[in-house]
Design a protein around this ligand. Structure first.
Ligand code: GLA
Length: 710
């Protein structure tokens, strides 16, 4: 069956049915001359099952004042009151937009099918194209919208979301979303969706920790990690976003998402088109875990940069927690020797190598090598790194500037600011206006020099403050609020160009830890620094939330020494097992490790190299949540199905507590598996039904169990 069908119903309505392996999604240009959603959920057997059906009983009769619209892309201006996707102002002052259906086109791509619905304002020269890209194998539809001014007068966009999604009416919905803070990113929250609006949004310029542009919805309290209907979605945008979940008095639940309209204006001049970021939406009948795996597979195959998508991520050493701003040739070279010895593949020098950057109060923006710290420049260090068989990576924070820097003294106008108003600093820094073409050129220029003149294979791109006082006095007339979007577009454009020029360089998105993690920047970033909090117990929780929406292939964590965060120290096992669940790094002072410690680390790194394909590219299962049990467990299955790895973490044992077995998932029931620590083989079914007995006791102890299919 084709994944997009256009059907003329017996009522002469036009119906589009989008189908994937398990999902059906249907909408119609109906009798009321509206493009309305009919259904989204489990796939139905017959095309007629998707036909619009009148509601049996309408308590409000023709008094439809309270009913909200099921429109796919509600434009504001007539008798409807829920969240609009489009709100415009035409040059004559009219602010109502009424869209008519024109036609639809379908194109087949390599891995997807695209349906485009062409709409046109009834009176004004405004065209809207709704684009639905159907990824049948992933149970995912990616929506985008384009708005084109085909007239000769400018049109002002006051609000433009990507899409409205509508869910079938249920007694209740449970919303899962992410919220957090620095050092406690990606915390999972799940609660009953109340009537009214729930807002997942950002108004500070970048993705942030306090929320993430992502949602999952389960229905009637029946959805679990392993079963039940789950609708999910994520926005591919790293600037101000907004996802509005609206539940009305009639159990109509809709999810509208896109660029935040807060302080937003966009001037659409004659002939111009505005394209929204993508809103990725999917459905599974198999619970939250399956929803995450659909997202992970889609991200691995269609979002993370293509050139490096199938390249195993290298094992990183990072200097930050060891030397902080005091990076110098002498201390780095010592770390280089030891890192190479234990098997590190990529040596990354963090903050402190440039300008007068001796602390966070100065130097940011001055991207020349500090000659006191590196009298011969970076070459001797990089050469030694390369001689020892490692690649070299470096930290930058290009969108920011310290007031105490040559850059700021030369270009005070380059930062966001309002005239006659004081400027706030955050971490002693200000935000450069990356909407400005000259700022973009500056960043592209110094980054190109840095990468062209040094053998650098990895960039850690940081971004450590929120936007405030966001004035742009020199903006083209009528465009001073476009920076909310243009800044992010500028960053994407720079990354895109750098990737083109330097295709073998890996990019990590950092932003104080997980502050810019989303499907937008993921198109350019190979990986994310998940959190500055490297306390492995805390990371169990951060990891759980991160993986709800984001693939382990992009999740970077380091093994560090005890740090000030909780003042706790952990065994090597516990730290390594945690850091291995994705991309492994080391951020510890190797000069203080004993020869025995270095040997242990060498063994862990060697082990990681053996299992890394499973940990980075495998299917990921959250077997038991740290939110629910002192014993949490995770599982990775190699794409071939031939190997699996289970990691188990016990935070505290209590006398008499006898851990229940860990039931594995996703195995071939009839296959036999060789399991670490057992002489007899297990069938997949036995591992999934009886489960693996776990005999851990103590505090913060862990185990990594490998399984090989016979
Ligand atoms: C941020 C990052 C850290 C480190 C510092 C350097 O806080 O999250 O990992 O790079 O900046 O200043």
């Amino acid at each position: 069956m084709p994944s997009v069908q256009t059907i003329e119903t017996s009522q002469n309505e036009l119906l589009w049915v989008l189908e994937t392996r398990n999902m059906g999604y249907a909408f119609a240009w109906n009798k009321q001359q509206r493009l309305e959603n009919v259904y989204w959920g489990a796939k139905l057997p017959y095309p007629t099952d998707y036909a619009p059906r009148p509601i049996a009983f309408d308590p409000l009769g023709n008094w439809n004042i309270a009913r909200s619209t099921y429109e796919e892309f509600p434009a504001w201006g007539d008798y409807k009151f829920n969240e609009p996707c489009l709100k415009v102002r035409f040059s004559d002052g009219v602010r109502a937009c009424l869209l008519d259906y024109k036609n639809a086109t379908v194109t087949e791509n390599m891995a997807s099918t695209t349906l485009t619905i062409h709409l046109q304002d009834q009176h004004y020269p405004l065209k809207v194209r709704l684009i639905y890209e159907v990824f049948a194998d992933h149970d995912i539809i990616v929506r985008r919208a384009e708005v084109e001014n085909t007239g000769s007068e400018p049109i002002e966009l006051e609000q433009i979301l990507t899409a409205a999604l509508h869910l079938p009416r249920h007694e209740s919905y449970q919303l899962t979303s992410l919220s957090g803070k620095w050092g406690g990113e990606f915390q999972v929250q799940r609660f009953d969706l109340p009537r009214g609006k729930q807002l997942i949004e950002r108004r500070r310029g970048s993705t942030g920790f306090d929320s993430n542009p992502f949602f999952m919805l389960g229905a009637d309290g029946k959805s679990t990690e392993t079963s039940g209907d789950v609708w999910f979605g994520a926005l591919a945008f790293s600037g101000n976003y907004k996802i509005v979940l609206e539940r009305d008095a009639f159990e109509h639940v809709s999810v509208s998402g896109g660029i935040n309209d807060f302080d937003f204006r966009w001037l659409l001049e004659a002939g111009e088109t505005f394209t929204t970021p993508a809103f990725v939406a999917g459905y599974t009948p198999q619970g939250y875990g399956a929803a995450s795996r659909l997202l992970h597979a889609y991200e691995n195959q269609h979002i993370v940069p293509r050139e490096t998508a199938s390249q195993p991520r290298p094992i990183v050493y990072n200097s930050w927690y060891v030397t902080e701003f005091d990076v110098r040739f002498e201390n780095q070279i010592k770390a280089v020797e030891l890192a190479a010895k234990i098997g590190v593949e990529l040596f990354v020098m963090d903050d402190g190598w440039f300008g007068q950057r001796n602390n966070d109060r100065a130097g940011l923006g001055d991207w020349y090598v500090n000659k006191e710290k590196f009298p011969q420049g970076l070459t001797p260090l990089i050469s030694r790194v390369n001689e020892l068989g490692m690649d070299f990576g470096i930290w930058v924070e290009p969108e920011m500037v310290n007031p105490d820097s040559d850059l700021y003294r030369t270009h005070p106008n380059w930062v966001y600011h309002f005239a006659n108003r004081p400027l706030s600093v955050g971490r002693n820094q200000l935000v450069l206006n990356v909407a400005r073409p000259d700022v973009q050129q500056f960043i592209l220029g110094f980054m190109t020099d840095l990468l062209a003149n040094n053998n650098i294979k990895f960039i850690k791109w940081d971004m450590n403050r929120h936007f405030s006082e966001p004035g742009w006095a020199e903006a083209p007339a009528g465009r001073d609020r476009e920076f909310w979007v243009r800044h992010t577009q500028g960053v994407y454009e720079i990354w895109q160009q750098l990737r083109q020029k330097f295709p073998h360089v890996l990019f990590e998105s950092c932003a104080s830890g997980g502050g810019r993690v989303d499907l937008g920047i993921m198109q350019y970033a190979d990986q994310f620094w998940m959190s500055d909090n490297t306390d492995p117990y805390d990371d169990l929780f951060i990891q759980e939330g991160f993986t709800l929406a984001h693939t382990p292939l992009t999740r970077m964590m380091w093994v560090t020494d005890a740090n000030g965060i909780n003042g706790r120290s952990y065994s090597f096992e516990y730290r390594f097992h945690l850091a291995m669940m994705g991309v492994l790094g080391i951020g510890a002072d190797l000069t203080k490790w004993s020869p025995a410690d270095l040997d242990k680390a060498t063994a862990f790194i060697a082990l990681y190299k053996e299992i890394r394909e499973t940990m980075q590219f495998g299917a990921f299962y959250r077997l038991r949540s740290p939110r629910e049990s002192a014993l949490s467990a995770f599982q990775f299955i190699h794409p071939s199905g031939n190997e699996a790895v289970v990691t188990v973490f016990l935070s505290q044992s209590q006398f008499g507590y006898f851990a229940t077995p860990i039931r594995l998932e996703g195995l071939d029931p009839d296959a036999r598996y060789q399991v670490d620590g057992w002489d007899e083989t297990w069938s997949g079914q036995a591992l999934m039904q009886r489960g693996l007995p776990i005999a851990l006791k103590g505090s913060f102890v862990s185990q990594l169990i490998r399984l090989v299919r016979m």
